[in-house]
Design a protein around this ligand. Structure first.
Ligand SMILES: *[C@@H]1O[C@H](CO)[C@@H](O)[C@H](O)[C@H]1NC(C)=O
Ligand SMILES: *[C@@H]1O[C@H](CO)[C@@H](O)[C@H](O)[C@H]1NC(C)=O
Ligand SMILES: *[C@@H]1O[C@H](CO)[C@@H](O)[C@H](O)[C@H]1NC(C)=O
Ligand SMILES: *[C@@H]1O[C@H](CO)[C@@H](O)[C@H](O)[C@H]1NC(C)=O
Ligand SMILES: *[C@@H]1O[C@H](CO)[C@@H](O)[C@H](O)[C@H]1NC(C)=O
Ligand SMILES: *[C@@H]1O[C@H](CO)[C@@H](O)[C@H](O)[C@H]1NC(C)=O
Ligand SMILES: *[C@@H]1O[C@H](CO)[C@@H](O)[C@H](O)[C@H]1NC(C)=O
Ligand SMILES: *[C@@H]1O[C@H](CO)[C@@H](O)[C@H](O)[C@H]1NC(C)=O
Ligand SMILES: *[C@@H]1O[C@H](CO)[C@@H](O)[C@H](O)[C@H]1NC(C)=O
Ligand SMILES: *[C@@H]1O[C@H](CO)[C@@H](O)[C@H](O)[C@H]1NC(C)=O
Ligand SMILES: *[C@@H]1O[C@H](CO)[C@@H](O)[C@H](O)[C@H]1NC(C)=O
Ligand SMILES: *[C@@H]1O[C@H](CO)[C@@H](O)[C@H](O)[C@H]1NC(C)=O
Length: 788
């Protein structure tokens, strides 16, 4: 009893503003007491930045763009400013997001890069052989190793999905695979790329500046304009994008100056960079005279302007894995050459060397499998294609193109769908739209569709299956193209929801037309992620009437209502909502005017389907019961009135009558400004119309803005002096004690025995010290404590 008396005193002293639940200080010491704009009372906490809650006891967590959410318009979703980006739970005590495994960033707004083992057995990002980049970074960067384009990427995931840009020689989505050498196929003809640079100095000025040449994103140091061919070659071969080139000059007066007043034509032959390579580019640094020479670069068959007899050449040598004549072992990055082929020097001239690229025909080999007509007696032509024992079937024996491909005239295998490799010795893994890749064009297009294992799994080419990144169990599907929902070891979505795609989330989005009350469908079907990004769609609770502690979903010592589960794992819950007791508000009242003598009409609310059917001659109780049987309505009060609004309800009155019956519907438990009831009167012999008589102004906010939700259990922790409110509210401003589970009842007089009876009714035990405030709630064996 002493404890109670002390508490009463404290309440009196601190009545002006809410006392922090956690530390007993006014506005928790994290805000100031301000006048309430509605009531004019000096009793609302205005929290400092970073704090929230009616008593400023909660820290605000960072927010980001939602990984998954309900579409708000057709093809519009992924809202910004979403707490912990819907991929983590806010820890309100600290203001830190606790992210789902595999996500990081203050707001859980970054999907982590894949981890893989290094050679020394450590598990690190991108196997230590790549850079972890966002989609936006990957789009902009260009390294000619794994990033080939320069573009901007702006879709919602630009700064959210991260992936590995592998270093030279590494591959796979996590850079754990070793790439094999590439080279020119020695059995096919091919020529080297030759590019031409014309450089002529303006008459009367000398060319004594410098110029830099750029190739595949790398730029040389400044080269003197009078450099010799050897010097230009030296500078270019310093670039990591050029291995070996050959340069010759054709000049007017001198043949050894890159630029002079008579004009020089430089022929640059790419010896080791095969195929149609991109054009060299130049940058000029004028000398002291400040006058630039004229420079032109010719490629792909165009002739020099200075010396038209000299023509550039488009390279046609291959840059093929193991030069088309070996099997690549991605575990080691080594080519296992087919019989008859051996390592070359990389010049594409069928010369032996040490590159391990199978780019040379073995000299003095007695068995050229590729040409062996004895071993393949039934060949009708010279069959040069490789013959191997396929990796996908050790028992099937040796066969040309593994028996599952055609040998083409250029002596390569054209594998049947589903097989790959230079001899079709591998099976192809399923492909999907890449989770992470490099945008090729500006805009919001990326996520190429032909990506092996959707770029988030490793392909086992021996059997053609993907092993999806398992580190955080985030991906599934045979091509790893779906996002996996959270599983708590045993139950998907903690048993409180189902795994759904963005498109399915959109189908659940509640779009209400305020005019008609009819539901407007919203679709999210066009975006790349519509059927791929998935998360838990948590169970919704129907309103229930009974105080029912035996149900798992039941929450709170007082709640009538089940509340919805929430969060990426559906393991947290919303708290009951109610009217803010600090502010004045009214219930929504709507009126139906029904003029009919036969038939029935259908009524729905907030898209509830099916609607309820109300015959024209229903009595008032029947109308009320039918409306309350809709899952979207818990409690309404129905009255028949005359046009002045005077109560004319009698037991025998019907909901419709000749000349019109005025039916007044007051919403007791649904709060705020509500959409109109949706009425379909097509089966009525007569007509109806509906109007809003009073716009609802009661709030429908979690814990009535007078308590703090413990989201882990879905129970409101009410501020001192606040208790669960009731649906039916005789004193509109104060609310009444009831079983909503919100904090909508606020007592004004601490002496009023009405509210401390409640303490006994609900087995509250209060124990208040001077500095701290401990509330224990003991209901049906469930112990809940909030303390500091
Ligand atoms: C090289 O120059 C051409 C023409 O000036 C330009 O279109 C191209 O983008 C440049 N390439 C690089 C890599 O800068
Ligand atoms: C470059 O040419 C200008 C103009 O002919 C001349 O004045 C200057 O001395 C030259 N610089 C060098 C470093 O040769
Ligand atoms: C190939 O055989 C010839 C003659 O037998 C020999 O002179 C030559 O060195 C051999 N070449 C290689 C690469 O073994
Ligand atoms: C080659 O043809 C002969 C006779 O037509 C047949 O018996 C044999 O199986 C064939 N061999 C192969 C490898 O197809
Ligand atoms: C490879 O085979 C497919 C079907 O088997 C065929 O459509 C395609 O034209 C072939 N490719 C070449 C280069 O012959
Ligand atoms: C997973 O969720 C189910 C259903 O809520 C629960 O019964 C089970 O104990 C949970 N398992 C773990 C490991 O948390
Ligand atoms: C979405 O598109 C459908 C079909 O075009 C349309 O009926 C619906 O009204 C649209 N929804 C919204 C919210 O605009
Ligand atoms: C909306 O989504 C549904 C189900 O995914 C689909 O059947 C319908 O065609 C979509 N409508 C539009 C306009 O895209
Ligand atoms: C209470 O909840 C349980 C489980 O959901 C249900 O079986 C039972 O019928 C409910 N009792 C009442 C009175 O609603
Ligand atoms: C509403 O319905 C009543 C009777 O059906 C009719 O008298 C009245 O004019 C209607 N009002 C409107 C605005 O349609
Ligand atoms: C209207 O009158 C009926 C019958 O007298 C009564 O039961 C009902 O509570 C009254 N409704 C209102 C809103 O006063
Ligand atoms: C209601 O109707 C019943 C039978 O239709 C009648 O006996 C009764 O008197 C009526 N009551 C009133 C209040 O009109």
């Amino acid at each position: 009893m002493f404890v109670f008396v002390f508490w009463f005193l404290m309440l009196r002293i601190c009545q002006s503003c809410p006392i922090g639940i956690l530390n007993g200080k006014i506005c928790s010491g994290h805000g100031h007491c301000a006048e309430d704009v509605t009531t004019g009372l000096d009793e609302t906490c205005v929290c400092w930045d970073g704090y929230t809650g009616p008593d400023c006891s909660q820290r605000v967590c960072p927010s980001g763009r939602a990984w998954i959410d309900y579409a708000t318009a057709n093809n519009t979703a992924h809202a910004e400013y979403t707490e912990c980006s819907n991929m983590g739970y806010c820890v309100y005590e600290t203001g830190l997001c606790s992210c789902r495994d595999g996500f990081e960033g203050a707001a859980c707004d970054r999907m982590r890069c894949p981890l893989a083992l290094t050679q020394t057995g450590q598990k690190v990002e991108c196997a230590g052989h790549g850079r972890c980049l966002s989609m936006r970074e990957a789009a902009v960067q260009q390294d000619y190793i794994s990033l080939w384009y320069s573009a901007t990427y702006d879709d919602w995931d630009a700064d959210m999905i991260f992936g590995c840009a592998c270093d030279k020689g590494f591959g796979g989505y996590d850079c754990s695979e070793y790439l094999c050498p590439k080279g020119d196929d020695p059995l096919t003809p091919g020529v080297d790329e030759i590019q031409i640079i014309d450089c002529i100095c303006t008459i009367g000025s000398s060319c004594n500046g410098t110029l830099a040449l750029t190739f595949r994103g790398q730029t040389t140091k400044p080269i003197p304009m009078d450099a010799t061919p050897e010097l230009v070659e030296y500078y270019l071969e310093q670039l990591s994008t050029i291995n070996d080139i050959e340069i010759t000059f054709s000049g007017g007066e001198r043949d050894f100056s890159l630029c002079d007043e008579f004009g020089t034509t430089a022929l640059i032959t790419f010896l080791t960079e095969h195929g149609d390579v991109p054009s060299l580019n130049y940058t000029l640094y004028p000398g002291k005279a400040g006058i630039n020479p004229q420079i032109s670069i010719f490629t792909d068959g165009t002739a020099s302007a200075l010396r038209p007899a000299l023509e550039s050449v488009m390279g046609t040598k291959e840059e093929a894995e193991c030069s088309n004549h070996g099997t690549c072992d991605t575990a080691t990055g080594q080519c296992l050459c087919y019989r008859g082929f051996t390592s070359s020097n990389g010049l594409g001239r069928n010369e032996a060397g040490v590159l391990g690229d199978c780019g040379a025909i073995e000299q003095n080999s007695t068995i050229y499998i590729s040409f062996d007509l004895v071993e393949y007696p039934n060949a009708t032509q010279d069959i040069p294609c490789p013959a191997v024992v396929p990796r996908w079937s050790a028992s099937s024996g040796i066969a040309i193109c593994s028996g599952v491909g055609n040998c083409l005239p250029d002596r390569t295998c054209n594998c049947t769908d589903g097989y790959e490799g230079n001899a079709c010795e591998f099976k192809t893994c399923p492909t999907g739209e890449a989770w992470w890749d490099e945008a090729e064009f500006n805009g919001d297009r990326a996520h190429r569709s032909d990506s092996v294992c959707s770029a988030r799994g490793l392909c086992n080419r021996n059997d053609g299956t993907c092993t999806c990144d398992a580190e955080w169990s985030l991906f599934d599907g045979n091509n790893c193209n779906q996002f996996a929902c959270y599983v708590n070891i045993t139950d998907e979505c903690s048993g409180n929801g189902r795994c759904a795609t963005m498109a399915e989330f959109a189908q659940e989005a509640l779009m209400i037309g305020s005019e008609s009350g009819a539901r407007i469908p919203v679709n999210y079907s066009d975006a790349w992620d519509a059927n791929r990004v998935r998360s838990c769609l948590c169970d919704k609770s129907p309103g229930v009437w009974d105080y029912n502690t035996s149900s798992n979903a039941y929450r709170g010592p007082f709640a009538y209502a089940y509340t919805d589960w929430t969060g990426y794992s559906c393991s947290h819950a919303f708290c009951p909502t109610g009217d803010n007791p600090f502010t004045w508000g009214e219930n929504e009242v709507q009126a139906i005017n029904c003029s009919a003598t036969d038939g029935s009409f259908n009524v729905s609310f907030r898209g509830a389907d099916p609607p309820v059917r109300i015959p024209w001659n229903s009595h008032v109780d029947k109308v009320e019961l039918e409306l309350e049987s809709l899952p979207t309505i818990r409690n309404v009060l129905v009255t028949f009135a005359d046009p002045t609004g005077a109560n004319t309800t009698t037991i025998n009155q019907t909901v419709c009558k000749q000349g019109g019956q005025y039916v007044i519907i007051e919403f007791i438990s649904e709060r705020g400004d509500l959409p109109l009831l949706y009425i379909d009167d097509s089966e009525l012999t007569g007509e109806t119309n509906i109007t809003e008589v009073i716009k609802g102004t009661r709030e429908d906010v979690e814990c009535s803005a007078a308590g703090v939700c413990n989201r882990e259990i879905g129970i409101c922790n009410c501020l001192d002096g606040h208790y669960s409110g009731a649906d039916v509210v005789p004193f509109r401003e104060l609310g009444a004690v009831g079983q909503r589970g919100d904090c909508g009842f606020r007592h004004t007089s601490t002496d009023d025995p009405k509210w401390y009876n409640i303490l006994f009714q609900y087995s509250y035990v209060f124990d208040l010290g001077i500095e701290e405030d401990v509330i224990e709630i003991d209901v049906e064996g469930a112990d809940v404590a909030a303390s500091t």
